[in-house]
Design a protein around this ligand. Structure first.
Ligand code: HT7
Ligand code: ZN
Length: 860
């Protein structure tokens, strides 16, 4: 399979000004008839090139050009394209083809999601619905007619405004939708089914009333409350923070139970994975509920950053995704706690993106080439992309950023754009040079800052030497230095800020900064607020880190100092010093600190982060040993803080409303459950009965799952009873049963594989549904005792699932091939076993491009 390269971009040969689509939905197939008003693109240099339409996975029925039906010899049809040579420079091409949504297990294009039909077109799904120039730089106006049986599909939706509907013969009905905005075909959407609906209204700041509708499968509309509230908050916030108003009269969300991703920002008709939008405190965990606000906001914000201004090509995904993740993070921070949101963001970045950026498929936020574009909806493109946007905001300031964003939207509204367009708008609006900054878009790898310092008491000058380097990544042996902001402060011995916040602008491989008039030898508080996505080395003493942990005015560095100490003691095996325990006790008992922040501060770096710390020291990872080291620290801490942990647990448990799931309640619940999980390491006999009572008695799903986790991690008899009772209670609710699957797949015991194998045959599991697969196989793939079992059984099992899943859903299958990309990080025995599993996959003849790309790059 050839690499598709950014450098080879060419403008489209033909444009399509209008698209008329007619969907005739029948039991055995859906006939799609299109009328495309095409014209040659004056910007294309290929003056005589034929019309080449993408198309796959459908049966071509007829092709007409300006009303004349073409004979088979008038066009060339392959399994990927339809080429028509004899086309006028401007005219109408009409095509009929048949789709089989029930057979579409890849969940791209038009597919059956349980009882309903829906579409997913990003990135290249539209070509599975009809023949079309399926690329984001072709933008058109759409008119869509849908015909279907009224009883089976009473609701018929598409983008834009409903302009007509009515009855047809034979118990059928139809609806016609028109979208007044030009859009690329990846934003097209259609839904048909028997759906419940919840409606509300939003008054925009200019006084227009917008109808808000959330559609669900029958019986789930009572689970839309959080999403509707989040939607209204997001609409208001985007007006206030970025001056962006909604532009259609109607905004619809549909929750579907089969979906490859979290959600999709189709113009005016967002389609959501039901796990990302539906739930109450008794059916979803706090983590799920917090995610609703995030994802609803994210998709809504795409209306401007993605839909109104879209990408020229799929290399520019970060243009819309990095920017929209940044907007989402700002929104979630403003709605809850900005400090906690930053901690969450950075820990996800370090846990997921840093390893990706050091792995066999490391790529810049704008990749230079790909084989299967779906493999590039990555943490790098999304999360590191958002950090790159955040760095621009740090460099130009919040006001400057707003000016730049306004200019970007003004210049490119209604068009497709590139990352250069975005950065140019920022540079022009702020009269700064961001030429060097563009390297963030082209170079992969996590840069490393090595910082040293000296203080001269006589001159009161403090000197910082900062060296930057970036490790080699595939295809990029050497890197040019990055332009980045390094935010810092200087603390006195008691942790007081001596100089306030400063931002150094790094540009060169090695730079010296002298800060004058520093009254005493400072403790530097470096990389405040995590001002750049880098790893920073500075030789702190434990005592200095304790001062930062206790006193720094920067919440991020306070938290990070604790993380550094935790990592040090976990990996070295040293006993926790009293001073550290005392500092953590102070955090836990602090009356003024938010519970959520306490929970994050007391949470050890995850197994992945500890593994990465080993890699940074030039060592290889034994994941089971890392898990045990981490547990040892938790046990020691729980032993030392037992009284305080029990007191905190009891106090919160007594006062917390089970039905509350706002940010404060979520924070309190996370602290309460953290206390219990820690105590379970030190006092299992005392904690297990408490946990068992919660699993059977609590109505709150977060508490139930947290305690189920505790039981599964410990007492086998209590766990078996609790799991059985849970399964009986929630048998008919697949998204709750996903949690049941996940808890068992996460069990950190040898032998977890056997349980997972058995669960694959359970009626709650199906390989056809991505949420079920994520719950069982995805969680197992992150379990050191499962995936990384020393005998290689976990690797063989996951590779086997990849092979089977690939026949159904290549996108989902590729996701589970990705953990193998990191084989070089593990000890020699595991490396060999992981490579063996990869080679076995590579030898298969019928792999999809998606999985093949991952496997070959992993081995390459
Ligand atoms: N923009 C959306 C991406 C997406 C997607 C990509 C590949 C395959 C399936 C997909 N479903 C949705 C989601 C977002 O980032 O907002
Ligand atoms: Zn997005």
């Amino acid at each position: 399979q050839a690499e598709i390269r950014l450098a080879e971009y060419k403008p489209p040969v033909f444009l399509v000004d209008t698209v008329e689509l007619d969907f005739d939905i029948r039991d055995d197939r859906t006939r799609v008839s299109s009328r495309l008003a095409i014209r040659r693109n004056p910007e294309s240099a290929e003056r005589n090139a034929p019309l080449v339409l993408n198309g796959q996975g459908q049966k071509l029925v007829a092709v007409r050009v300006d009303g004349r039906e073409l004979a088979a010899g008038d066009y060339v049809l392959t399994d990927k394209t339809l080429t028509i040579r004899a086309v006028p420079d401007e005219g109408v091409v009409a095509i009929e083809s048949d789709n089989d949504p029930a057979a579409n297990t890849a969940l791209m294009g038009l597919y059956a999601a349980g009882p309903m039909l829906c579409t997913q077109c990003e990135a290249e799904g539209f070509r599975r619905i009809t023949y079309f120039p399926d690329r984001p730089d072709v933008q058109s106006r759409y008119r869509v007619a849908i015909h279907a049986d009224e009883d089976r599909y009473p609701v018929l939706l598409a983008n834009g405004n409903l302009v007509e509907n009515g009855k047809e013969a034979g118990g059928r009905h139809y609806a016609v939708w028109e979208d007044p905005f030009r859009k690329p075909c990846y934003l097209f959407a259609l839904v048909a089914g028997r759906l419940d609906k919840v409606a509300d209204r939003f008054l925009t700041r200019s006084g227009r009333e917008v109808l808000l509708e959330i559609y669900t499968e029958p019986g789930r509309s009572s689970e839309t409350g959080f999403a509707m509230a989040a939607l209204k908050k997001a609409m208001r916030w985007d007006e206030e923070r970025f001056g962006r108003e909604y532009d259609l009269d109607r905004f619809m969300i549909v929750a579907v139970s089969f979906f490859n991703f979290g959600a999709m920002e189709n113009k005016g008709l967002n389609i959501f994975n039901d796990a990302r939008v539906l739930g109450r405190a008794d059916t979803a965990t706090d983590a799920d509920i917090a995610f609703f606000e995030r994802v609803v906001g994210h998709e809504y914000f795409h209306n401007w950053s993605g839909d109104r201004v879209t990408c020229r090509d799929w290399f520019q995904i970060t243009l819309k995704e990095g920017l929209t993740v940044f907007r989402e993070q700002e929104f979630v921070g403003d709605m809850n706690s900005p400090a906690q949101e930053r901690l969450r963001t950075v820990s996800v970045l370090r846990r997921v993106q840093f390893p990706e950026d050091a792995g066999a498929m490391a790529h810049p936020i704008r990749p230079a080439s790909y084989q299967a574009v779906e493999n590039f909806y990555t943490a790098t493109v999304y999360s590191k992309g958002a950090e790159v946007i955040r760095m621009i905001q740090t460099l130009v300031g919040r006001e400057g950023f707003r000016k730049g964003l306004d200019l970007y939207f003004e210049r490119h509204d209604g068009h497709s754009a590139t990352c250069e367009d975005f950065v140019r708008a920022m540079a022009d609006a702020n009269a700064i040079d961001l030429g060097q900054f563009m390297r963030w878009y082209a170079q992969a790898g996590t840069p490393v800052l090595d910082v040293t310092s000296r203080y001269d008491a006589d001159s009161r000058a403090y000197t910082l030497e900062v060296e930057q380097r970036c490790p080699a990544t595939p295809g990029q042996d050497t890197k040019e230095p990055f332009h980045m902001p390094l935010r810092l402060g200087l603390l006195d011995a008691r942790g007081g800020d001596m100089k306030g916040d400063m931002v150094l602008k790094l540009r060169r491989p090695r730079e010296t900064f002298v800060i004058e008039d520093v009254p005493e030898k400072p403790i530097p508080s470096l990389l405040r607020d995590f001002s750049a996505p880098v790893r920073l080395n500075y030789d702190y003493t434990d005592a200095e880190l304790l001062v930062i942990l206790a006193h720094d005015s920067d919440g991020f560095n306070r938290w990070d100092a604790g993380q550094k100490l935790f990592a040090k003691y976990a990996l070295s095996g040293e006993a926790l010093p009293d001073a550290f325990v005392t500092a953590l006790r102070t955090v836990l008992m602090d009356k003024d600190l938010e519970a959520g922040t306490k929970a994050m501060t007391l949470t050890l770096p995850g197994e992945e982060e500890l593994g990465l710390a080993l890699i940074a020291r030039g060592e290889r990872i034994d994941p089971v040993a890392v898990c045990e080291k981490r547990r040892r620290v938790i046990k020691a801490l729980a032993g030392a803080l037992s009284g305080e942990l029990w007191a905190t647990y009891r106090e919160i448990a007594a006062g917390l409303d089970e039905e509350a799931s706002d940010g404060v309640a979520r924070g309190q619940r996370s602290l309460k459950n953290l206390c219990l999980a820690y105590l379970h390491r030190a006092e299992p006999g005392k904690v297990a009965p408490v946990a068992a009572r919660v699993v059977s008695g609590a109505r709150n799903m977060t508490d139930k799952i947290a305690c189920l986790d505790i039981l599964v991690d410990g007492d086998a008899a209590l766990a078996a009873r609790a799991l059985a009772e849970f399964a009986e209670t929630f048998a008919g609710q697949p998204s709750i049963m996903d949690k049941w699957l996940g808890v068992q797949a996460a069990e950190r015991h040898a032998g977890v594989l056997e349980k997972v194998r058995r669960l694959m045959a359970h009626k709650a599991f199906s390989l056809n549904n991505p949420n079920r697969v994520a719950a069982l196989v995805g969680v197992f793939a992150g379990n050191p005792f499962g995936f990384h079992a020393e005998d290689g059984s976990g690797y063989r099992f996951v590779a086997d699932v990849v092979e089977r899943l690939d026949r159904l859903n290549p996108q989902a299958a590729a996701r589970y091939a990705k953990p193998f990309l990191r084989w070089r990080d593990f000890d020699a025995g595991r490396q060999a076993l992981m490579q063996e599993a990869l080679r076995k996959l590579a030898a298969l003849e019928s792999l999809s491009i998606n999985v093949r790309e991952v496997v070959t790059k992993a081995l390459g």
